[in-house]
Design a protein around this ligand. Structure first.
Ligand code: NAD
Length: 251
């Protein structure tokens, strides 16, 4: 265990589950004070409690990333409790699976709002504090940003938009603030709980790594980008997909 994040404050959205929870735990293990946020307050509380139980520093807050006023309130709380912020991990997401013509406008907008506009809100809220700390932002996109799967039009548009927005923000806010993205492939989190064994098997066989990734494996990539080892990396997209998108044709 290193203490690379000692004295730093990290905010993770959607941190009550999966990749967000693993990221919160890893950053805390490495010394960060982690603000564990989620739409689901009970989940966020549990993750923060687990971190504290393990000897780390964390507290939880309810945050709907689609709610601008909630972002402002959170900034005030963080300023009061910690007086700084060094890392923002935009990880929360929502997804409705259906072709575009079967998604009504409200469903479409909600996905863009949670999955993409949330990144704008995070920067609008925290850019002053991030400039002051020479901090950074890590956005959690998806392989859906670069390859299409049926039934994911708004999700793919949002995740693809995240790559463009990451580049834009990196250019806009350097040299003080770095902004990067990770693109996970299939990662074994609760989103896969409903998948039947045949589909899981097909997915495993379609990945050169021959398995789903773990939330921890994405968290380590996020922690790398958020840490000083990535000090010359900004505007970058790091694929964490076991080789899935490197293939011309899935196996
Ligand atoms: N699991 C995968 O296979 C996979 C693949 C590619 C990309 N991703 C990306 O990884 C990220 C995390 O996914 P996961 O698999 O860990 O999901 P998960 O469902 O385990 O966790 C997502 C969390 O986000 C929270 N959330 C939902 N809406 C929210 C909102 N409006 N505001 C705040 N929190 C909200 C949920 O309550 C949940 O705790 C997402 O951005 C997802 O697109 C996941």
């Amino acid at each position: 265990m290193t203490n690379a994040f000692e004295g730093r404050v990290a905010l993770v959205t959607g941190a009550g589950s999966g990749i967000g929870a693993a990221t919160a735990r890893l950053l805390a293990e490495r010394g960060a004070t982690v603000v564990v946020t989620d739409l689901d307050g009970a989940r966020a509380r549990q993750v923060a409690a687990d971190i504290e139980q393990a000897g780390g520093l964390a507290w939880s807050e309810v945050l709907d990333v689609a709610d601008g006023a909630a972002w402002a309130a959170l900034a005030a709380t963080i300023d009061e409790r910690a007086g700084r912020i060094d890392v923002v991990v935009n990880n929360a997401f929502t997804l409705t699976v259906a072709p575009a013509h079967e998604q009504d406008e409200a469903t479409w907008h909600r996905q863009l709002d949670v999955d993409l506009t949330s990144v704008y809100r995070s920067v609008r809220t925290f850019i002053g504090a991030l400039r002051a700390s020479r901090g950074n932002v890590v956005n959690v996109s998806s392989v859906h940003a670069t390859v299409a799967f049926p039934g994911h039009p708004a999700y793919a548009a949002a995740k693809g938009g995240m790559l463009a927005l990451t580049r834009q923000l990196a250019v806009e806010y350097g040299p003080q603030v770095r902004v990067n993205t990770v693109l996970p492939g299939p990662i074994h989190t609760p989103v896969w709980d409903g998948a039947d064994e045949a589909y899981l098997d097909l997915t495993r066989r379609s990945v050169p790594a021959a398995r789903l990734g773990t939330a921890r494996e994405v968290a380590t990539a996020i922690a790398f980008l958020a840490g000083d080892d990535a000090s010359y990396i900004s505007g970058a997209s790091l694929v964490v997909d076991g080789g899935f998108t490197a293939q011309k044709d899935p196996r």
